[in-house]
Write a protein that binds this ligand. Structure first.
Ligand SMILES: *[C@@H]1O[C@H](CO)[C@@H](O)[C@H](O)[C@H]1NC(C)=O
Ligand SMILES: *[C@@H]1O[C@H](CO)[C@@H](O)[C@H](O)[C@H]1NC(C)=O
Length: 240
C-alpha cells in the first residue's frame, strides 16, 4: 500500500519524459524539414553575418511618409554597420560591382501597397505607423534564413530599362514569431473597416528580407521577384 503512490509517481515522470522526447524529436524534425526545403548548389559558399545584426530594439523608429509616389511605406529599421561586412564579402564574389543602399531595413508595407491599395481606401500612414509603434515594430524578432540571389532577366520587362540581366542579393529573414505579420494583419483589419477590397491587400503576401546589394536597381514583387526561401542561394552563419 505504501509503494503504490511511488509507482504512480514514476509512471507520471516516465510519461512526462516521453512527451518531452516526442516534442523535442518533432521540433528537430520540423527544423530539418524547413532547412531541407531550401535547395543549395553543392559548391555554395556560406557568408557570415555579425551577431545581433537583426536586433533593432535600441534603434529609433524611422518614418517614411513623403508626399511623392513611392515615398510612403513602413519599415523596421536596422543598423547598417553590422551588414557592411556581408556586403563586402558578397560584392567580392558577385563578379560585378554591386551598389549598397548604405542602410538596412525590412520593408513591412511596401510603397506600391500604400500608394495603390491602402491610401485609396483611406488608410493613412499615420494610422499605419500608430499600429506599428503600438506593436513595437523595432523589437520585432527576426532570424536569418539565407542569402538570396537573383541573377537573370526580368520575366515581364515593361520598358527598355528593364531589359538585360540584373544581379541582386538580399538577406532572407524569418518572422517566426509573427511580429511583423501581426502588424500587417492589423493594417488589413483597418483596411477592411474602411471598406477596402479584400482581394487587394493580403497580409501574408510578405517576404521579409534585407536588401544587401544590386548592380542596376533594387527589384520587387512588382518585377516578378519573390524573396522567400525560394530565393536562397547561400547559407548564412552568425559570427562575432
Ligand atoms: C550570372 O549569370 C550569368 C549568366 O546570365 C553568368 O555568366 C554569371 O556567371 C552569373 N554570375 C554569378 C556570380 O554566378
Ligand atoms: C565591389 O566589387 C568590385 C569588383 O567587382 C570593386 O571594384 C568595388 O570596389 C567593390 N565595392 C566595394 C564597395 O567594396
Amino acid at each position: 500500500m505504501v509503494a503504490y503512490p511511488n509507482i504512480l509517481k514514476y509512471a507520471f515522470i516516465a510519461l512526462v519524459a516521453g512527451i518531452l522526447i516526442i516534442v523535442a524529436v518533432s521540433y528537430q524534425f520540423n527544423i530539418k524539414a524547413f532547412e531541407s526545403s531550401i535547395i543549395y548548389e553543392s559548391d555554395t559558399p556560406s557568408f557570415g553575418l555579425q551577431h545581433g545584426a537583426l536586433r533593432s530594439d535600441k534603434i529609433p523608429f524611422h518614418s517614411h511618409s513623403e508626399e511623392k509616389p513611392f515615398g510612403t511605406y513602413l519599415q523596421q529599421t536596422l543598423e547598417f554597420k553590422p551588414f557592411q561586412g556581408l556586403f563586402t564579402a558578397v560584392n567580392a564574389t558577385a563578379g560585378v560591382a554591386l551598389q549598397s543602399r548604405g542602410e538596412a531595413h525590412v520593408t513591412v508595407v511596401s510603397p506600391p501597397e500604400f500608394d495603390y491599395v491602402l491610401k485609396p481606401a483611406g488608410v493613412t500612414i499615420r494610422e499605419i505607423e500608430a499600429i506599428a509603434i503600438n506593436a513595437n515594430i523595432q523589437a520585432a524578432r527576426l532570424k536569418p534564413v539565407c542569402l538570396g540571389r537573383f541573377n537573370g532577366s526580368l520575366p515581364r520587362p515593361t520598358s527598355d530599362l528593364d531589359e538585360g540581366v540584373f544581379m541582386l542579393y538580399s538577406l532572407v529573414v524569418a518572422d517566426d514569431y509573427g511580429d511583423l505579420l501581426s502588424i500587417r494583419q492589423q493594417i488589413s483589419r483597418l483596411y477592411h473597416e474602411k471598406g477596402g477590397e479584400g482581394a487587394l491587400f493580403q497580409p501574408e503576401a510578405f517576404w521579409p528580407h534585407v536588401t544587401i546589394g544590386y548592380d542596376r536597381r533594387d527589384l520587387f514583387v512588382e518585377d516578378g521577384i519573390y524573396k522567400g526561401k525560394n530565393f536562397c542561394y547561400a547559407r548564412i552563419h552568425t559570427e562575432n
